[in-house]
Design a protein around this ligand. Structure first.
Ligand code: PEP
Length: 249
């Protein structure tokens, strides 16, 4: 019933040359893919170039961040309307690297969620616990708190058509993915938590897993009933590996 989404988060990687090469490779590898939505999120400066390069393909464009303001004296920022204007469809918010290095709070991320909905963009809301929180048995509490920041300000209907990415921080870029059973248990918790507010939204929402997904572990992760694709970092920078992940979904 749910259509999985595999999205590549290129993070702070790329060059004009690399954008063209990688997208050419993806177009070649993914020409016959059916049944899975695919998106890439290059750095801001390459978004427009990437948009041209993916034209007439089924690869969609995502961005890695957005500001809460729409215009004005906010040096260095990019608005939701600008992202819409250049043809982005998805925007990643709440990534642990932004929560950690840019001190983004749950409240700020909820504001970003709101501006994206207002602009007609699809938020990809990243949530997940750190290693210490995991060891302390706080995984569910952390995920609930991060979800509640959006649920309390906007209500469950705002989650309709949005995407959640469960990304345990200890699994991001470490090569140490959550096991399929571990990830499934948290995904089910997230879906059940949303269902307390709106069962229909919960049943339909895409919940991606993220954290060291690669071409060897993707299929087993995707075989879990509540895992609807992946947010992929490192492995999204190689066309062949990313294509294997997409095909596994
Ligand atoms: C990410 O940054 O969202 C991510 C999941 O990275 P990686 O796949 O490299 O762990």
């Amino acid at each position: 019933m749910r259509h999985p989404l595999v999205m590549g988060n290129w993070k702070l990687n790329g060059s004009k040359h690399m954008v063209n090469e990688l997208i050419a490779g993806l177009r070649h590898e993914l020409s016959d893919v059916d049944g899975c939505d695919v998106a890439i999120a290059p750095p801001f400066i390459y978004l427009d170039q990437a948009k041209q390069a993916i034209s007439d393909s089924h690869i969609a464009l995502g961005a890695q961040n957005v500001d809460i303001n729409l215009s004005g004296a906010f040096t260095g920022e990019t608005s939701a309307n600008m992202l819409k204007d250049i043809g982005a469809k998805y925007v990643i918010i709440g990534h642990s690297e932004r929560r950690t290095y840019h001190k983004e709070s749950d409240e700020l991320i909820a504001e970003k969620f709101a501006v994206l909905k207002e602009a007609g963009l699809i938020p990809v809301l990243c949530i997940g616990e750190t290693e210490a929180e995991n060891a302390a048995g706080q995984t569910q509490a952390v995920c609930a708190r991060q979800l509640d920041a959006v649920l309390k300000t906007m209500g469950a209907p705002a989650l309709k058509g949005s995407v959640i990415a469960y990304e345990p921080v200890w699994a991001i870029g470490t090569g140490k993915s959550a096991t399929p059973a571990q990830a499934q248990a948290v995904h089910k918790f997230i879906r059940d938590h949303i269902a307390k507010h709106d069962a229909d939204v919960a049943a339909k929402i895409i919940i991606q897993y993220g954290g060291s997904v690669n071409d060897s572990n993707a299929a087993e992760l995707f075989s879990q009933p509540d895992i609807d694709g992946a947010l992929v970092g490192g492995a999204s920078l190689k066309a062949d590996a990313f294509a294997i992940i997409v095909k596994a979904a």
